[in-house]
Design a protein around this ligand. Structure first.
Ligand code: NAI
Length: 246
């Protein structure tokens, strides 16, 4: 129970990687706030997490709105008494050829996938310093923060920024006992990939094992990064991509 009594927020906790991370963290003893735009989905996951014997609450949030992320941090401290970690994981894709990547489509993904990570780290770290607690941020980037992907100009930009903010945040927050690390998933079998089997097979073929990665496999790495065993990992973004970037 390496994370016993640790209070950890998971954004995007209603689905996919975030949902599995809520379970993985709870099995290690952490208390969880399941934060998501999808209030009903988050409440359901919180109920399932409680059944594992830890405290869990849900909170509806739009992570692209600064004040809502600040309210999420305050809610967590109010309900769980402290804040030890935040999995900045909520994200979207909005695929368009570059010549159709109008400002609204560009900004939507930058706001949800990039600004949200800044808001989480900013309000989360301020609260940790105020409380005098140590803490960990785990930020979900992507393989597409490191290499280009057709139709994903907005997503490429946002995820590259997440990798950079992970480095930069780690550098400045270390003196406060706070670690910041990232994960860069490959193709994970979640609703974000859509339902077209042909497309999914093509994506899977790019992994060394020619299979999509189960969200549980990403969640277990994310959960490990919150533990003291991972204390020497700082500022880096860990690929969880079955060799895609290798
Ligand atoms: P998912 O679609 O299963 O889960 C994303 C969750 O984020 C959903 O529950 C959704 O309601 C929530 N969300 C979306 N916009 C939000 C907002 N503005 N505020 C609050 N919640 C919001 O997708 P998945 O795959 O679990 O994605 C999680 C993260 O992993 C994302 O950051 C994604 O970019 C990243 N990722 C996913 C990959 C994949 O192949 N599935 C690959 C690389 C990265």
């Amino acid at each position: 129970m390496e994370l016993k009594d640790q209070a950890i927020i998971v954004t995007g906790g209603a689905s996919g990687i975030g949902r599995e991370a809520c379970f993985a963290l709870a099995r290690m003893g952490a208390d969880i706030v399941v934060a998501d735009f999808n209030a009903e989905g988050a409440a359901k996951v919180a109920e399932e997490v409680q059944a594992l014997g830890v405290a869990a609450h849900s909170f509806q949030v739009d992570v692209s709105v600064a004040q809502e992320v600040e309210a999420l941090v305050d809610f967590t401290v109010e309900r769980l008494g402290t804040l030890n970690g935040l999995f900045n994981n909520a994200g979207i894709g909005l695929v368009k050829p570059f010549l159709e990547m109008d400002p609204a489509s560009y900004l939507k993904v930058i706001e949800v996938d990039q600004h949200s990570v800044y808001y989480g780290m900013y309000y989360g770290a301020k609260k940790m310093v105020e409380l005098g607690t140590k803490g960990t941020f785990v930020n979900t980037a992507s393989i597409y923060g490191s290499v280009a992907s057709r139709g994903n100009f907005n997503y490429n930009a946002a995820k590259a920024a997440v990798i950079a903010m992970t480095r930069s945040g780690a550098l400045e927050l270390a003196e406060h006992g706070i670690r910041v690390v990232g994960i860069a998933p490959g193709y994970i079998d979640t609703p974000i990939l859509g339902t077209d089997k042909g497309v999914k097979d093509q994506l899977a073929a790019q992994h060394m094992h020619k299979e999509l990665i189960a969200p549980e496999k990403v969640a277990s790495v994310a959960a490990y990064l919150f533990t003291d065993a991972a204390q020497a990992i700082n500022g880096s973004t860990v690929p969880v991509d079955d060799g895609f970037l290798a």
